[in-house]
Design a protein around this ligand. Structure first.
Ligand SMILES: [Zn+2]
Length: 269
């Protein structure tokens, strides 16, 4: 499932391709998407494409206005992709929807069909409930307050979208390795120094993953159909029994809340 860095990559790559373009029409091919008020989208201009939580947001305006008044919001879920397609290129197979622009178009391809496409009038409605981990809002103090006295193990805690948005299974494991925190520790048991280290790790791991355009895994491809480059930098995720790059010990895999957790028992004591 695409996590924050993958969604950020999609938004960053689409933005320069489509910002300023006018939407001729929204073609919905999969009825499961609903009709998404597609008539209201036609004739608007794309001001920007950005990420909000794990969603890709198209800021839309009518005429020459510069403030967005309509928001087309795509959640990629498991297998969704947004692909830029040039005028002379054929549509990708199994596109569930297509945003036809005055030049080129954006195809929403999604084999498992869990993704959604919705329209909002108010930016406030689409804002995620958790804190954006790369925003100024997430200070070490704020993180400590969020962790509170939670007895939940820190790894599943990091996946909670009502606390931090956008962190999924891959980056939660990488963040805890970087912070040298055992994934089984109670979230509320971290010392102040450990919280500061976790805060640094959250931001550095996510920023680095964005620089690498996300991680390669089976279904994620960025807006031009390439895969991310973070996979070779993964320290623990998917590396069960392989040697830790820091201490040489074996990477372990455990299951927490039905999800695999990879960590180094030597470094994350
Ligand atoms: Zn180690």
């Amino acid at each position: 499932m695409p996590e924050l860095p993958e969604v950020e990559t999609v938004a960053r790559q689409l933005d320069p391709l489509v910002a300023g373009r006018r939407i001729a029409r929204l073609v919905i091919r999969d009825r499961k998407l609903g009709h998404a008020d597609r008539g209201r989208v036609a004739g608007t201009r794309i001001l920007a494409v950005r990420r909000s939580g794990k969603q890709v947001v198209f800021d839309l305006a009518r005429g020459r206005r510069r403030t967005p008044e309509l928001f087309l919001v795509v959640h990629l879920r498991m297998t969704g992709r947004l692909l830029w397609v040039g005028d002379d290129e054929p549509s990708p197979p199994r596109a569930r929807a297509e945003l036809v622009l005055d030049r080129g178009r954006v195809a929403f391809v999604d084999t498992r069909r869990f993704g959604t496409l919705r329209l909002f009038d108010d930016a406030g409605e689409l804002a995620p409930h958790g804190v954006e981990p790369l925003s100024d809002e997430l200070t070490a103090g704020r993180l400590a307050a969020l962790l509170g006295r939670s007895g939940q193990p820190i790894k599943p805690w990091l996946l909670r979208q009502d606390r931090l948005v956008g962190v999924g299974n891959i980056y939660a494991a990488e963040i805890l390795f970087a912070a040298r925190v055992d994934p089984r520790r109670a979230a509320g048991s971290l010392s102040r120094a450990e919280v500061r280290g976790l805060h640094r790790a959250i931001r550095s791991v996510l920023r680095r993953a964005i620089e690498c355009c996300g991680t390669t895994f089976s279904d994620f491809q960025d807006a031009r159909g390439r895969s991310g480059g973070f996979a070779r930098l993964l320290a623990v995720y998917g590396r069960e029994d392989e040697p830790c790059r820091r201490c040489g010990g074996s990477i372990a895999r455990i299951v927490q809340q039905q999800r695999s957790t990879f960590f180094c028992p030597g470094c994350q004591g």
